[in-house]
Design a protein around this ligand. Structure first.
Ligand code: AHR
Length: 631
């Protein structure tokens, strides 16, 4: 029986309560939301980003009609600019009528090309051929059949210039190719070879893939947290250094991501791939505005999290990052006469974006070092922009010593809002509905920046929905909440579950997406207190697999037991007799039995080891215990 008292007044629920968390994981940006179709458009892919890369990744050189030449990438004084250093060099030796060039294969099976749709091609080029170099731009299928009439351009002069053309597709495919072929002889240099569908979200140039942006917009999110996650706060904390350009995997720094796209740096992504920053801070702010959501950027705290334990000991570097954060606020909100406000205006948005919140850091493992830095960020921001809410965090996933330590510090320092993250089983979400009932009403507010029940099945999303009623009941404490991660390209998955899945031409929401959509589209004004009485229906006994996850470090387990609360052992394995029924699920590393222990060899993997069988207890009663061996 549920008793509701409509006259009673519970906490108000802010329209912004439910939002989204966008991180460039699972190719969510390049090859995902960012509508650019050409992969490695600026030839900056490097083995330092990913061991399988080289300057010609996704490109295939080739000749047609008896043409000849060679293709290589170069990083020398002839470069496009200091940040976009590597370019494609075609040494052309074509006989009359011959063509030589390169073909791009995109991110998945190729580009999705729609019959009748318009595409915007552009390229930066220079040629030392006295009469110029004829260029033919071709949209094709995998068999080389044309999907559009070829477009002809002539590159004139040995100075970088942007050339552009419109292509209308006369046929469609989900595996398109872009071939750029040159005639004549001499040296042709190409950079920023780009192809966008004209039909981007809100028809913005350098825009977003429409079906994905539409799906996010349909959620009607109250806020967009960006750009990460682990992406933000790891790697080198140094800035872009032209002299030592290949300081890859530096932390995400917003100044790398603004200005004309051809002048933006590229970087090695935390998740193991190249990121172009074509989708950068301006685009994040613009998208947030377009979908009516509050932008909520996360800046690096100069203490790494996500399995790394490093804090800068360089006060000048810390100061530079604090200044960068002040500059970010000026970029978002400053007048067009200010340095960074002017850049925003030059990029097309003279009006301020209305930034109100900035989060410092993500899941730091070193609470003392993190909090010392956080206070310095907060002090500097408060001095210049007292109206900005500076969001702190509670360290790595959920509870534990770092969590408790950071919460105590946050409380003692009167922090306005603390970011919490957790990924758990559906049973955990069902069993922890009351988590926030006991939170201090006078302490920091909660920003639940990342959470998900660990699968993409209906039961997971029901558990999330159930849990969200607990968030909402505590809307006086929990002010913001976002499921994570948001997007996954099915061919490039680093993390799951995810809210929205896609390939190159289709996208679909998970059941968790539907739950989020339901809540976000029906945010109440206030909580109406209610009480339920009666028999609690227990979840059905489960049969199936139990799992054991490892995070970010090679792990060795022995003596694994699954027990009921009264100590009955349902499964146990000391692995002395081999691997038994334990199976690795989607391993990126490999598990093996060594010296009577189950051992995972891949230091960077996050894998699950499961054992299938009949478990005759309610799911949420089970305890899984494993001894993790040192080393
Ligand atoms: O959402 C995926 C990752 O989970 C985020 O990058 C990180 O913050 C968390 O550990």
């Amino acid at each position: 029986t549920i008793a509701v008292d409509p006259a009673a007044t519970g906490p108000e629920i802010a329209d912004s309560m439910y939002g989204v968390f966008f991180e460039d994981i699972n190719f969510a940006a390049d090859g995902g939301l960012y509508a650019e179709l050409v992969r490695n458009r600026s030839f900056e892919f490097l083995p330092a980003d990913n061991a399988s890369y080289n300057g010609l990744t996704a490109w295939t050189p080739g000749a047609e009609a008896g043409g000849a030449g060679t293709a290589s990438t170069a990083d020398d004084a002839a470069r496009l600019n200091e940040r976009n250093r590597t370019y494609l060099k075609l040494a052309l030796t074509n006989p009359a009528g011959g063509r030589y060039g390169v073909t791009n294969s995109g991110y998945n099976t190729g580009f999705a090309v729609k019959r009748g749709a318009t595409y915007d091609f552009s390229v930066w080029a220079r040629s030392d051929a006295p009469g110029g170099t004829p260029l033919s731009v071709n949209l094709r299928d995998t068999a080389g059949r044309p999907l559009a009439a070829p477009v002809s351009l002539t590159v004139r002069g040995d100075a970088w210039k942007r050339y552009s053309a419109t292509i209308r597709a006369t046929a469609g495919t989900d595996a398109g190719r872009l071939a750029v072929l040159a005639g004549g002889t001499g040296t042709l240099r190409l950079d920023m070879v780009s192809l966008f569908p004209r039909d981007t979200y809100k028809a913005r140039p350098n825009g977003l893939r429409k079906d994905l942006a539409d799906k996010i917009a349909a959620l009607r999110p109250g806020f967009v947290r960006f750009p990460g996650g682990c992406l933000v706060n790891t790697g080198s904390m140094a800035g872009y250094d032209a002299a030592a350009n290949y300081e890859r995997a530096r932390s995400y720094q917003w100044k790398d991501t603004v200005g004309p796209v051809e002048t933006r740096a590229t970087n090695a992504n935390f998740w193991g791939y190249n990121q172009t920053y074509g989708l950068g801070y301006y685009e994040y702010f613009q998208f947030s505005e377009d979908i009516g959501a509050m932008p909520l950027p996360v800046v690096p705290a100069l203490v790494t999290g996500c399995g790394q334990n490093r804090a800068t000991d360089d006060p000048a570097l810390l100061q530079r990052h604090i200044q960068d954060t002040l500059d970010l606020i000026e970029f978002a909100n400053g007048p067009v006469t200010s340095t960074w406000g002017k850049l925003r205006a030059d990029m097309g948005h003279p009006k301020p974006f209305g930034l109100t919140h900035v989060a410092v850091g993500n899941e730091e493992n070193l609470p003392d070092e993190y909090f010392a830095n956080f206070l310095k960020f907060r002090e500097a921001i408060a001095a210049e922009y007292p109206q900005i809410v500076v969001v702190s965090n509670s360290g790595p996933d959920d509870q534990g010593a770092t969590f408790d330590n950071l919460w105590a510090k946050n409380k003692a320092a009167n922090v306005a809002m603390v970011d919490e993250h957790y990924y758990n089983s559906p049973a955990w979400f069902l069993g922890n509905n009351k988590r926030y009932d006991s939170y201090d009403r006078n302490g920091p507010k909660v920003f639940l920046g990342e959470y998900a029940s660990l699968d993409n099945k209906l039961f997971n999303s029901l558990a999330e929905a159930s849990y969200m009623t607990g968030l909402e009941r505590n809307a006086d404490v929990v002010k913001l909440a976002s499921y994570a991660p948001l997007l996954a390209n099915i061919d490039h998955v680093q993390w799951k579950p995810d809210m929205i899945w896609f390939d190159n031409d289709e996208s679909w929401g998970s059941t968790s997406y539907q739950v989020q959509k339901l809540f976000m589209n029906n945010v109440g004004d206030r909580v109406v207190p209610s009480k339920s009485t009666g028999k609690v229906i227990q979840p059905k006994p489960i049969t199936g697999a139990v799992g054991l996850s490892t995070w970010a470090t090679a792990a060795t387990y022995d003596d694994v037991k699954v027990t009921t609360p009264d100590g009955a052992v349902l499964f146990s394995d000391d692995f002395s007799g081999g691997a038994g029924q334990w199976t690795p699920v989607e391993p990126r590393g490999s598990w093996s039995v060594v010296d009577g222990a189950y051992r995972q060899s891949d230091a960077a993997a996050q894998d699950t080891l499961v054992k299938a069988g009949n478990i005759t207890a309610t799911e949420y009663d089970l305890t899984l215990k494993a001894t993790k061996q040192a080393g």
